[in-house]
Every structure is written in C-alpha cells, then in structure tokens.
Design a protein around this ligand. Structure first.
Ligand code: MN
Length: 744
C-alpha cells in the first residue's frame, strides 16, 4: 500500500507552504473509520482513499482537497457522521466530502448522447465546487484500476459510465492524462477484443515507431541548433481509446491513422514556432490539408499550437506539434480541451464554445499563482443558470434555475403539461410552484379533467411552458366564445320564429358578416360571444324587415304602469291604528285571499307576508314582533303578483297573452321572455290584480289560449323550484346560454 509520505511529499513539492497536518489528521480519521473493511480484491479498504488522495496530488490539489480525498468514502460507507467531519475538519472539507457522496448516489439510466451531456452538466452543477468533481474523477480513476475483482456486470456498468460521463468531464477540464487513464481503463472492459487487438498491433511495430520518432526528433533538433533556435523535441504517444475512436469515426484501419507517430517541438517564442514550422516543412513534405494554425486562431479554450503532418523519412506519416513554453503550460496543466475536435461532434463543439467558465478558468489561471487561490476562485455554482432533474425513469432533464414542476411537465410532453394536476418530488407531493433542485426526481400526476390556468403564467420559467399555456388558454377562450356567440345568435333568430339553419347561409349572411367587420361566420360568432358585436345589429341585417317591425309592435303593446299597492293600502293591522306604515313583502307578494301575517321591522314599519313565506319561518324565534293582519276589502286596491307561462315558441304569442291579460282587467307591469332550443318560450310576467280570485280567473283564461302549455303563479321564494319543475323536459345544455331579454 502506498505510504502517506508519498502524498505529503508530493503536496509539499508543488506547494511548500501547505499545512499538511490536515492531511495527517484525515489519514488517521479515515484509517479508523474504515478499520476492518476490505475491498473486493481483499486489500484493506484504506488503500482506496489513499490512492485517491495520491491521484489528487497528481492534479496538484491543495491540502484540503487531498484531505477530502482521504475522507471521501467515510460518510457513505462508515459510521462516521457529518457532525464529526464538520467539527474535526471544518465546513470546507465537509462540503467536499458531502458533494462527492451526493454525486456518487446519482444513478444513470440512459446512454444516449444527449442524456450523457445532461448527466455531465448535472454532476458539475451538483458539485458547486470544481474540487468535488476532481475528487470524483480521482476516485473513478482508482476504481478502474481495481475493476478486475468485480463481476463482469459491474465492470461494464462502471466502464460505460466512465466513458460516457467522467472521461468527457476530465477532457472538458483539459486534464488530458486523466482522460486517457479513464478511457483506456474503461475501454479494456467495454470492448476487450478491440482493446487487445490495438494493443497487440501497436506493440508489434513499437520498436520501429520508436526508432522513427528518434530519427525525426534528432533531425529536427539538429536543424534547430543550426539555426540557433532554442527548442526541445520529444516523442508523443497516443492512447488506445483515442486511436480506436479515430478508426471508428473515419472508418479506417489502424495503419491509416495518420498521427500514430507524433513529435512535439517546444520553443521559446511565437516567432520561433513559425521558424520551426518552416524548418520541419523543409525537411519533409507536408501533407496538404493537415496544417492547422491554432496560434493565429486559438481554440475557444485558449489552446494554441501549430499542427502539421508530414511524410516522414521512410514515408510514414508523422504529426508534428509546435508551440511555445507558455502555450505548452496551458495545454498540459489540465486546461486544453482537446476533445472538441477529436470527438468530431459539431454539437458538443458548439456546447463547449458556450462554456464561458472554461475560458475563465484558463484566463484566471494565468493571473493566480497559488493553486489554492486558483481553485477557491471556482467555488461558485457551475452552470448556475440551470437545474438538472430526473424523470421517474431516470432520464435527466435540464431546466432553467427556478423552474417548477409545470415547466418540467411541459418539457416532458405538451399533453402532460396540459393535464398537470399535481407533482411529486422525491416521492412527496409538492406545490406546483415548487422550485426544482438539482437531482430531484419528479413525477407528474395528470388528470384528463385538469387544464392549464392563467395563474400558471405567474410562476413558470421556461418559454416553452409559457407559450403552451397561453396557446391553450387562447384556444379555449376562442372555443367558448364561439359556442356562446352561436347560441346567442341562434336564440335571437328563433325568437323571431325562424330556423337558424335557414338564416345562417347565403348572400345575406355574407353581407351581415362583412357589415359587422368580419370575414368568416366563426369570427362573427366569436365577436358576439366576446360581447364586441351587437347581436341586434346582426339580426337586423339577417331577418326580413316586416318581421322585425311586426315584433317591435308586439313589444310595444305591453302596457307598463306603476304598481299601486306599494303603501299597503287594503290591509288592516288588528289592534293598531290605521297610520301604521305597511309594506308588502317582495319575497312572497301576497294578494287578498292569501293568509297573511305582519312583522314589525326595526324602524321600517310592518312588512306583510304570506304565512307560508320562508322568510317568516326563519323569524319564528321572534314571535313578539309578529302581528295579526287582515285584508281590508272596503278599498279597491291593486296588488302585485307574478306569473310564469310556458308556451310553444310561436310568433305573436306575447301579443296574444298581453291582450288576454288586459281583457281580464289586469295591469301588466313587466314582461320577460326567454326562449330555449327546444322551441319553448318562457314568460315571466308581473301583474297587478285585485285579489286571489281575480288572479285565479286570469290564470284560467290564459290556460285556454292555443299554444300555452303551462301557467302558474310565482311566489318569489318558490320561483326556482317551479321553474325547474316546468323545465324538466331536458334542455339543460341550453341552460348556460339562455339569454334574458326584458321587453318592458
Ligand atoms: Mn471511493
């Protein structure tokens, strides 16, 4: 097992002022916590955190990160508690250990490229601190080295995950050696045959290749010296997985991978880079189309170098990279994101172009000398604009920060959004306004009856959800107003005795639509439904003049007069004087003949009601305020009464009813007519009558009229009940849209 000294020595080598006590403490704590545990290989468990810590020194990490590496498995796999770690090592180290633990708990379910990219981003976002990601990568690098003792199922799962998620992260962070280690470590388990065949074929001509590199290097060095250009030349080996990817991508054989042999020239200035290039090209013929000037045109991640491929001494292709010492530092110290062009994926290249933080990482590195300060500068939320959450099946969905379950629902599918009823986050029901957190597992409960509400617009974050909600609401309102407008217009047409389907066609309809300022019937109906267009104006255009005029006359025959029984004349209050102020209860409108009772109001005299009036029943507890009253038949006084009549919906019936009422010696003070789609008309009339006999005679006369179906007296309190009874012939659907039109 690796010794602790190796780790502390390594840290002190790149950071002499490091406080290595924290590393010693972490080592002791980890040794105690993992005591008695062993790895699958049989080795003591402690060997794993020690190797992880050592990997972190290869990344030149600060002492706290190295200590966190020693502790990284204690929270998850031992009895050590969060409080212990916080108390002994402080918040900074605790947060790193906690972060690694959380990332390790994420389960990956899908290997589609788009999903993998989201997983990568999710890990970076969850980490908050780039050091957490680096610990995870160091952890994974060691796990790959010890995969042998695991089941083949575990080997493949861990290798795939590494290839799809962790190696690209290492690559994006520009840590080439770590990327190569992760890739080759996984490659041998994912595709053992291909791995072996490349390894074997590479080793067959290894000597030959080494000899070639040697020849090329010496030739270049000699020329550099002759021209007095300072510079060093070295061989450069590719790792197996990148060769394999190149073969797959370009559909070529191993022999045709042109940069199997590579050398690198490092000089002291930009000027000498170009001088060295000219020198190389003078020695061997360059292959057209293979020259790349990343000095004049740096990659988005600041990588700079000259790349050229030449026909080498024995005709083999040799790739030569030329750069200055400064450029080399940037490229080597973990920040040159090579993979963009190697992956050959335009999409991921674009995504990387947008990764401003990688650029900042590089820029900051040149300003900050202390590695600790450098890393502290990145203790910020990476990808702070986004949040990554899981679907119930384990796919990752990226949403803007502040997004809610409704945004998630629309992201998954429009139908799910449009029927989103409730949401479960990690198994618990949450408010639809809940702000999603990284790593949340979201389940949307839907209902066919549930629809988007305008309220949702106040909290959704994605433009997708917003536009879908607005679209839905607009569509729904259009439909509703269209339906309503049609009902209003058709009812109005029927009122004049016409069949809407006879009227709503032909040239007249077109003219009416045009006159109202619309181009289609639907738009006209919506105009009516929204209340922007007067249905009267439309009907005036549609129906024959004669019928409209005839109807106008009928409406005028309704006699309107003031009710005369308001003051309560015609009623005597027993045992009180005649000067008592009396009012007839509007709730029941009693007429002479009805049994009545008086109620002494507070300051407003006596109100008169039928004994069966519900408003009296509710006053039963106040018997001391009730007084006996009786009708005074010595005066001829008119009393208000209301009646309702149901008739067939025929033109002229209002006129007939109105004249009949008049012939009975009754005043009509108000008339309301409603029509329904079932060809019925409902009359609600206010009358003035002498007494109950007079009223009953009038009702009987009305019942004799042709077309009259039902006649009854309406007492206000029983109106609802009687209306319902008389309309139980099943036109409920028309109910919502029935329009009340007073003709008085
Ligand atoms: Mn581990």
């Amino acid at each position: 097992m690796r010794q602790l000294d190796e780790i502390t020595d390594a840290v002190l080598a790149y950071h002499p002022e490091a406080d290595i006590d924290v590393i010693l403490d972490a080592y002791v704590f980890s040794a105690k916590a993992h005591r008695g545990q062993s790895r699958q290989s049989g080795e003591a468990y402690l060997s794993h955190p020690v190797e992880v810590a050592y990997n972190l020194t290869r990344l030149k990490m600060d002492e706290k990160t190295v200590a966190a590496g020693l502790l990284h498995d204690t929270l998850e796999d031992t009895l050590a508690t969060e409080d212990e770690i916080k108390q002994l090592f402080g918040d900074e180290i605790y947060h790193m250990v906690d972060g690694v633990t959380k990332i390790s708990q994420v389960q990956f379910a899908s290997w589609e490229e788009k999903q993998a990219e989201n997983y990568r981003k999710m890990i970076l976002a969850m980490a908050h601190d780039i050091r957490v990601v680096l610990i995870k990568l160091a952890d994974r690098a060691h796990n790959l080295q010890t995969l042998e003792s695991l089941s083949s199922q575990q080997q493949i799962r861990i290798s795939r995950e590494t290839l799809d998620i962790y190696a690209p992260i290492a690559n994006r962070l520009g840590i080439g050696w770590l990327k190569a280690e992760l890739e080759d470590g996984s490659f041998q388990y994912v595709s053992p045959d291909k791995y072996q065949s490349i390894v074997e074929r590479m080793s067959q001509d290894e000597e030959e290749r080494n000899a070639l590199v040697q020849t090329v290097s010496e030739a270049v060095e000699k020329e550099l010296a002759a021209m007095q250009i300072e510079g060093t030349v070295s061989g450069r080996s590719k790792h197996y997985y990148s060769i394999y990817k190149k073969m797959m991508l370009q559909q070529i054989d191993l022999e045709d991978v042109y940069d199997l042999i590579g050398v690198r020239v490092i000089t002291d200035s930009v000027k000498n880079c170009y001088a060295a290039l000219g020198l190389v090209h003078s020695l061997w013929r360059p292959i057209p189309g293979k020259f790349k000037d990343y000095i004049a045109m740096p990659k988005p991640n600041m990588y700079q170098s000259l790349h050229t491929t030449v026909n080498g001494p024995k005709g083999q292709r040799v790739e030569v990279q030329i750069r200055s010492k400064e450029m080399h530092k940037v490229a080597e110290e973990g920040l040159a994101a090579h993979w963009q062009y190697k992956d050959g994926d335009e999409k991921s290249k674009k995504q990387d172009d947008n990764l401003a933080w990688v650029r900042h990482l590089i820029e900051a590195q040149s300003e900050i000398k202390n590695p600790k300060d450098f890393l502290n500068a990145f203790k910020v939320d990476l990808f702070f604009q986004e949040v990554y959450v899981f679907t119930p099946r384990g796919a990752v969905i990226a949403l803007p920060r502040g997004a809610t379950p409704v945004d998630f629902a629309y992201q998954v599918h429009t139908d799910i959004g449009n029927h989103c009823l409730a949401a479960k986050v990690n198994g618990k029901i949450v408010n639809l306004k809940y702000k999603l957190k990284n790593g949340d597992r979201i389940e949307i409960l839907t209902s066919k009856q549930k629809h988007p509400s305008r309220d949702w617009l106040s909290f959704v974050k994605t433009s997708k959800a917003r536009s879908k909600i607005i679209h839905y609401i607009n569509h729904r309102e259009r439909e509703k107003s269209l339906e309503l407008g049609r009902e209003i217009l058709e009812t109005e047409i029927r009122k004049y005795g016409f069949n809407p389907s006879d009227i709503l066609k032909g040239k007249k309809l077109d003219e009416a639509i045009h006159a109202a300022g619309f181009n289609t019937l639907d738009n006209l109906l919506m105009g009516i439904g929204y209340g922007k267009t007067s249905v009267r104006n439309v009907v005036d255009k549609l129906l024959p003049k004669e019928r409209l005029e005839e109807f106008a006359k009928q409406a005028l025959t309704v006699k309107v007069s003031e009710p005369s029984a308001r003051e309560g004349r015609g009623i005597k209050v027993k045992s009180f004087g005649d000067d008592m102020m009396l009012r007839i209860g509007k709730c029941c409108n009693p007429v002479p003949g009805d049994t009545i009772i008086g109620y002494i109001t507070r300051g407003r005299g006596v109100s008169i009601h039928s004994v069966d009036c519900p408003s009296m029943m509710s006053l039963a507890g106040e018997t001391e305020r009730l007084v006996e009253v009786e009708w005074d038949t010595s005066h001829k006084t008119l009393f208000p009464a209301r009646i309702s009549i149901v008739t067939e919906d025929k033109p002229g019936l209002l006129a007939k009813i109105s004249s009949t009422v008049s012939e009975c010696g009754v005043n009509m003070t108000r008339a309301n007519v409603q029509t329904s789609t079932l060809k019925r008309a409902y009359f609600d009339l206010s009358l003035e009558i002498l007494d109950l006999d007079h009223l009953n005679r009038t009702l009987d006369t009305l019942r004799q009229l042709p077309g009259v179906i039902h006649v009854e007296r309406v007492k206000e309190y029983s109106k609802k009940r009687s209306n319902k009874k008389s309309r139980d012939d099943g036109e409920e659907s028309a109910g919502d849209f029935r329009r009340h039109r007073g003709l008085g």
